[in-house]
Design a protein around this ligand. Structure first.
Ligand code: ADP
Length: 509
């Protein structure tokens, strides 16, 4: 039968009616349907879903497949040829073509950029009564989202594996129903002194842990498994060559929809190096603190005698009319005073570090203490230190130590406000507290430094550091003293014109 006869048969015969019935059935079917006829695969019919894929354009009947394909966005010559060859081979062989997740290279959906899509499809040759193929019946549905989700899952797993391996992370999984370790990656075995290919059971895991650490690890793991909780523990592992390694393990229990724990999964990390670094650092800090304690203690006595002697010397020189030498002796005295203050600070620092800062508390009137302190600073300062709005407040404090805090804050206020002339000291009752504040009009403290300046040895980021000498321990000592009194210390901005240091103390009942 020639081509025209086949078409006649299709258009006029019983089959033609069937096609009409099929068209109606297929028009709103949830799958795409396309009928092509003839060896050059001319369009006979496409249903609504297929038209949507194609961008909603209603192509005229008789359009050849090559033209249909070329209208798709992104369809290059190579892809069109491949598809045409496929259609030809199905047509010529008479064999149905079934494909799952068949990749389309063509763009679709109207104006969108061309993008990859996947279909599950069947291309079935249509045959006449003589079993000769006269057309192709193509039907299928899109599975792009399903494919993407699976690909994404695979990528995530791959990324996770890469991250885990790249960071030398061990990974383990325990099946809680069987109570067995049923997966450990190679790195995990290495962490426990095993080789990658070795068998590694739950008993091997517990046996490798240092006997002193084992009970704690067991208890924490048991707790996490029973209560569906998190697990975090550091322990030592004894390798067969006798070496000891530190391991950090973290884990989590997974529960089913009924809340029943069914898997316990987690990671291991070898933290031996950081543990050793931490130990060395602690040792270095201990040596430093010991040195400071010994040095400040040993220096205190000779400095006190030198100070007494040089003060006597200054007096004597003045009395003898040796003004020039007396002036030089005064400079020596100033230096020695600074040195002895510094040594006193170091001693306090050491006492704080060792938890040996003892307070000798008594009841006193806070304004008297403020007045005495300010009076001792005023003669040696060019600033005007004004006491303002001080309530008559009774407190139960260590007079010397709280005096030291006020001195520190006022001296800092003077030091960090060289361009201004005024410092204000206030004390007010607020509920069950007393708030003392020292206000200056100087360089101020930037917002991001307001917490850190109270840390030991913290020197601010002033642009001209040399202008403001110091060791960064005054505020640390002050904060420790205040905290030991049950109070708090902080700094606020003085309306953009300097800073306001405040500390609180519990009020005396
Ligand atoms: P030091 O003054 O010896 O550096 P402190 O512990 O007394 O040490 O102060 C820590 C830091 O806090 C200082 O280096 C400075 O940056 C900042 N600071 C303290 N008081 C003031 C103030 N009144 N105004 C501005 N900055 C201050």
């Amino acid at each position: 039968m020639g081509k025209s006869n086949k078409l006649q048969y299709l258009n006029k015969g019983v089959v033609s009616n069937e096609v009409e019935v099929l068209k109606k059935m297929f028009e709103y079917a949830p799958v795409y349907v396309c009928l092509l006829e003839g060896p050059d695969h001319r369009l006979k019919y496409m249903n609504k879903i297929f038209r949507q894929l194609y961008g909603g354009v209603d192509l005229p009947e008789g359009t050849p497949a090559e033209k249909i394909l070329s209208e798709f966005k992104g369809a290059g010559e190579k892809e069109i040829n491949e598809r045409m060859q496929l259609l030809d081979s199905i047509y010529n062989s008479g064999e149905a073509f079934i494909a799952n997740e068949f990749q389309s290279f063509f763009g679709y959906r109207g104006e969108n950029e061309s993008e990859e899509a996947f279909f599950n499809l069947i291309c079935q040759p249509m045959k006449d009564e003589k079993e000769e193929t006269y057309g192709l019946f193509i039907t299928g549905y899109e599975v792009t989202e399903h494919v993407r989700a699976r690909q994404e899952k695979a990528y995530s797993k791959e990324r996770l594996t890469l991250a885990i391996e790249g960071a030398d992370i061990g990974f383990w999984e325990t099946d809680l129903k069987r109570g067995e370790l049923d997966y450990t990656n190679e790195q995990c075995k290495v962490h426990f002194g095993y080789s990658p290919g070795d068998e590694f059971t739950r008993d091997d895991f517990y046996n490798a842990i240092h006997p002193e650490d084992r009970p704690a690890v067991k208890e924490k793991a048991q707790d996490a498994m029973e209560n569906a909780g998190n697990f975090k523990v550091e322990y030592r592992v004894q390798h067969s060559d006798g070496s000891l390694r530190w391991i950090l393990a973290r884990g989590q229990t997974l529960t089913d929809s009924d809340g029943q724990p069914y898997r316990f999964i987690g990671i291991t990390l070898d933290i031996t190096e950081s543990k050793e670094a931490e130990k060395k650092l602690k040792e270095a800090v201990r040596i430093r603190d010991d040195f400071l304690a010994i040095a400040s203690h040993e220096l205190q006595t000779p400095i006190t005698s030198v100070r007494t002697l040089s003060e006597l010397l200054e007096l004597k020189l003045k009395k003898d009319g040796e003004q020039e030498y007396a002036g030089q002796a005064a400079k020596i005295n100033k230096g020695i005073n600074q040195l002895s203050k510094f040594i006193a600070n170091l001693l306090d620092f050491s006492r704080i570090q060792e938890g040996k800062l003892q307070l000798e508390k008594s009841d006193l009137i806070l304004n008297d203490l403020i007045k005495d302190t300010v009076e001792s600073i005023q003669p040696i300062s060019d600033h005007d230190v004004i006491i303002e709005a001080v309530d008559n407040i009774s407190v139960h404090v260590d007079e010397f130590r709280i005096g030291q805090v006020i001195t520190n804050l006022v001296n800092n206020a003077i030091k960090y406000s060289p361009e201004s002339e005024k410092i204000i000291v206030r004390a007010k009752e607020k509920e069950d507290q007393v708030i003392v504040s020292v206000v200056d009009f100087g360089i101020g403290v930037s917002e991001h430094e307001r917490e850190t300046i109270f840390q030991r040895f913290y020197k601010g980021n002033q642009p001209h550091k040399k202008t403001y000498p110091g060791f960064g321990i005054g505020l640390f000592i002050s904060s420790q003293i205040v905290q030991q009194h049950g109070g708090d210390i902080w700094v606020e901005d003085n309306n953009g014109k300097g800073s306001e240091f405040k500390f609180s103390l519990p009020k005396n009942d």
